[in-house]
Design a protein around this ligand. Sequence first.
Ligand SMILES: NC(=O)c1ccc[n+]([C@@H]2O[C@H](COP(=O)([O-])OP(=O)(O)OC[C@H]3O[C@@H](n4cnc5c(N)ncnc54)[C@H](O)[C@@H]3O)[C@@H](O)[C@H]2O)c1
Length: 334
Amino acid sequence: MDAKIEMPSMRGQKVLITGGLGFIGSNLAHKCLQLGAQVTIFDCLDPRSGGNLFNIHDIRGSIELVHQDIQDFSSVCQHILDKNIIFNCAASTSHAFSMREPWIDLDVNSRGVVNLLEAIRRFNRQTCFIHIGTSTQLGKLQYDIADERHPEFPTDIYSANKCVSEKYVLIYAKSHAINASVIRLSNVFGPRASIHSPDFTFNNYFIGLAFQNKDITVYGKGEQLRNVIYVEDAISAIIMASQNARANGETFFAVGDEHFSVAQIAEATVECIGSGAVKYIEWPRSRKIIEVGNAIISNKKIKEYLGWKPMDDLKRGLMKTKVFYEKCLQEYLR
Ligand SMILES: NC(=O)c1ccc[n+]([C@@H]2O[C@H](COP(=O)([O-])OP(=O)(O)OC[C@H]3O[C@@H](n4cnc5c(N)ncnc54)[C@H](O)[C@@H]3O)[C@@H](O)[C@H]2O)c1
């Protein structure tokens, strides 16, 4: 592995993390604290998302926790006021749920983002806004290797709303001179994830199954290729975007350097966690219709603009993940 990247100090910075009880948001809260920031988490603990109070049990005394919803505009206005940085990690994150309840997904993943942007435009134009997008906005890739210029044809409602909300962010950056940017993530894995449900990122679900010594079910031969990224690397990308003026108005993919087949990810999970088994079955129709084939994505732009690079490959990330869940597995299986 290369030399570590230098993380900027955040001393004296007041940050608001919406969705800070979830997987990405809580890891971000830990890192911002470590870097010296004052952290406020704004989260409604949506039962359908991956929020978990245990995610902040060790930092509870060092942060402010606001139990509120980004759909509540007046509450959003109140809490963005004095913040130097607003990281938006709040989202309704289940692709499957978005297909069953499209209005709820629309309200949180699109209208909720407009609430944040409009509150910033009216009451805190000096702040820096970092929004999290997703590679699934692209849908079935038109070419390999996809970059930020790739067209977007999302195949589920969640991804469609993530796609449009990203455009709202870019419109506010351009038309209202708001300092805002988007970090698109893909298959993030690691500590503090929702590992008990297939509704969220597949590789975290694989980790949960392996820990329970259950079969990891792979559809077909599991040949479709994916980028994965260890959560600490995703967090360093998000923070670096908040500290660099070159990020302003830009969208970046923060993905790992390598890509793997789903079968390889499943096999590596079993090997590193040390339990479970991989079982190959026929594709269910409901999954086949939203399957997008290979999804290989470039991280060239974020490396060039921000000097970011991922530090942990798949196996190193899985080994670190194992150490984390061994101590608190039951907190993540309910
Ligand atoms: N995990 C991944 O692999 C991945 C990949 C691509 C993009 N993302 C994006 O990263 C962001 C964070 O995802 P995550 O994996 O941490 O999800 P998560 O489900 O673990 O966390 C989402 C958090 O948002 C909160 N939330 C939901 N609705 C809310 C609302 N209306 N108001 C306030 N809080 C609300 C939930 O309670 C939860 O704590 C999302 O925007 C997601 O689209 C994640």
